[in-house]
Design a binder for this molecule. Structure first.
Ligand code: CP
Length: 318
C-alpha cells in the first residue's frame, strides 16, 4: 500500500524524485498520457477547494484515469456513514486511489491504522496538519526560479499557526537544504518548541529584506475561534506585504502565496500579479506535481524522474 500522507514521511531523495517527475510534466503542459488508463481515482473533498480539487482532476485526466468526484452533501455520509466505510465501499467497486481533503486533524493516521483498507491515499489538505502537494508545488516553483533549493532563504509570513502549508514546509524545506524564517503576529505564531532546528523567528523587516522567497499565508478566518487581530486594515499595515514593504525585497526575490489570497489583508492586491509574483505559476505547477504524485503512488515509477525514482523508496510505505 502506497500513500502520500505528508512531507514528514518523505526523505530528500523521494522529494527530488517527485520534483523530477513534476518538472517533466511542467515542461510538457499539453501532454496527455495513458499511464493510468482505465484505473479509477476518487476525489473526496470534505472542505472547500478550487486549486487542489481541480488540479487533481486535471492531473488524473491527463494521465488517462477515470475520475469520480465525491459530493459530501449527496452521499451516505449524510446518513452517518464514516469516511472509512465510504472508502471501503469505493474500494469494493474497484476504486484504487482516494484523494482526500479533510478538516479533521489525524484522519490519515486513523485510516492507515485500518489494515483492511488497501487503497492508495493521497492527502489533499488535512486540517492544520499537512498539505504535502502544495508544499511540493511550492518547492518546484522555487527550484524553477533559483535552479535549486540548497541555501535558499524562505520567509513564511502570516497565519502560521493555522497553516497546514507551513507545517509541510517546516518538514520539507530543511531536508532540501533551504533555510526558513517565520514572521507574523504573536497570536498566529507556531509554538517555539515545535519548530525544527534551523527555523528562525524574525521581525517582519528582516524577513522581507533578507529572503529569496517571501511566502505570504492567508489569514484563515474559518479556523479562528475568536478575533485574533484588530482589523483587516491594521493587519495589512503591520503584517501584510504592502507596496512599501515589497520595495524592500531583494531585487531577484519572489513573492509566493498558496492562495486563495485576501487582497488588501496579507498582500496588496497589486502585488498578486506583479513582476515578482509567481502565484499563478504556482497554480500551474500544481497540475504537474499532482501528476507526478499520482504516477508515483499508483505505478511506483515516474516518466521524468525515472532516473531518480527507486521503487524501494516509494512514498510512505504502510
Ligand atoms: N492552495 C489551496 O489549497 O487552494 P484550494 O483551497 O483552492 O485548493
Amino acid at each position: 500500500m502506497k500513500h502520500l500522507l505528508g512531507t514528514k514521511d518523505l526523505n530528500k531523495k523521494q522529494m527530488e524524485a517527485i520534483l523530477g517527475g513534476a518538472q517533466y510534466w511542467a515542461e510538457h503542459p499539453k501532454k496527455q498520457s495513458d499511464l493510468l488508463y482505465g484505473r479509477f481515482i476518487a476525489n473526496l473533498f470534505f472542505e472547500a477547494s478550487t486549486r487542489t480539487r481541480f488540479s487533481f482532476e486535471v492531473a488524473e485526466k491527463r494521465l488517462g484515469a477515470h475520475v469520480l468526484n465525491f459530493s459530501e452533501t449527496d452521499s451516505s455520509t449524510k446518513k452517518g456513514e464514516t469516511i472509512y466505510d465510504t472508502l471501503r465501499t469505493l474500494e469494493s467497486m474497484g476504486v484504487e486511489t482516494a484523494v482526500i481533503r479533510t478538516g479533521y486533524d489525524g484522519l490519515f493516521k486513523e485510516l492507515i491504522a485500518q489494515k483492511n483498507l488497501q487503497m492508495n491515499l493521497v492527502n489533499a489538505g488535512e486540517g492544520t496538519m499537512e498539505h504535502p502537494t502544495q508544499c511540493l508545488l511550492d518547492m518546484l516553483t522555487m527550484q524553477q526560479q533559483f535552479g535549486g533549493l540548497q541555501g535558499l532563504k524562505v520567509a513564511i509570513i502570516g497565519d502560521l499557526r493555522h497553516s497546514r502549508v507551513c507545517s509541510s514546509h517546516l518538514h520539507a524545506l530543511p531536508k532540501m537544504g533551504a533555510e526558513i524564517m517565520i514572521a507574523g503576529p504573536a497570536t498566529f505564531m507556531c509554538e517555539k518548541d515545535t519548530l525544527p532546528n534551523g527555523v528562525h523567528m524574525v521581525e517582519m523587516d528582516e524577513a522581507i529584506t533578507t529572503a529569496d522567497v517571501v511566502m505570504m499565508l492567508r489569514v484563515q478566518l474559518e479556523r479562528h475561534s475568536g478575533m485574533l487581530f484588530p482589523s483587516r486594515e491594521e493587519y495589512h499595515k503591520q503584517f501584510g506585504l504592502t507596496l512599501e514593504r515589497a520595495t524592500m525585497m531583494k531585487k531577484n526575490a519572489i513573492i509566493m502565496h498558496p492562495a486563495p489570497f485576501n487582497r488588501g489583508v496579507e498582500i496588496d492586491g497589486k502585488l498578486v500579479e506583479s513582476k515578482q509574483s509567481v502565484i499563478f505559476p504556482q497554480v500551474a505547477n500544481g497540475v504537474a506535481v499532482r501528476m507526478a504524485v499520482l504516477e508515483g503512488v499508483m505505478t511506483g515509477e515516474m516518466i521524468g524522474g525515472a532516473n531518480q525514482w527507486e521503487p524501494s523508496l516509494k512514498m510512505a510505505n504502510c
